[in-house]
Design a protein around this ligand. Structure first.
Ligand code: NI
Length: 178
């Protein structure tokens, strides 16, 4: 396994449209393992292949909402979505304070459909179809945006977006100076 470099704004590679995965091969499964390692190390709760410079329609997430262990602690719940498709987003919307490993340390409220029905292939190549809600639905939609070259800051007003990007630039300068 390997920790992969994560692309950050304003890298134009984040704006590419990812292509469908043709077959779930061992090569894809190796990439999935590397993506989980990269995401856990960051740390983050979701990662699209596009963010590690592999523009294919693949994303991973782990909200840490697996079954509780013997001590009552939350456990990992790694999920893989290959060629995901949203079938019917709800009219109900929810707001979540989103962040993104490609826009480091910046957060902003984004409104999205509260629930979505999603069809995808899992890591074994099996077809799955489920209605997702809560943070799972939000995270899935955020990661799916990456497959279409869209970032969460694109959902903000122009003013708010430029504020976020300016703050990121300032923090980067301070980090370099430190
Ligand atoms: Ni993101």
């Amino acid at each position: 396994m390997a920790i992969l470099p994560i692309l950050e704004v304003p890298d134009p590679r984040l704006r590419r449209i990812s292509t469908p995965v043709e077959a779930v091969t061992d090569e894809i499964r190796t990439l999935i393992a590397d993506m989980f390692e990269t995401m856990y190390a960051a740390p983050g709760i979701g990662l699209a292949a596009a963010q590690v410079d592999v523009p294919i329609r693949l994303l991973v997430m782990d909200l840490g909402d697996g079954p509780e262990d013997a001590e009552g602690n939350p456990t990992k719940n790694p999920r893989v979505f290959i060629n995901p498709e949203i079938l019917d987003p709800s009219e109900d919307r929810s707001v979540y304070n989103e962040g993104c490993l490609s826009v480091p340390d910046q957060y902003a409220d984004v409104e999205r459909p509260a629930t979505v029905r999603v069809r995808w292939l899992d890591e074994t190549g099996a077809e799955r179809d489920e209605r997702l809600d809560g943070l799972t639905a939000t995270c899935l939609q955020h990661e799916m945006d990456h497959l279409n070259g869209v970032l969460f800051i694109d959902h903000l007003s122009r003013l708010k977006r430029s504020m976020v990007l300016k703050k990121l630039e300032k923090e980067r300068r301070e980090k370099t100076a430190a």
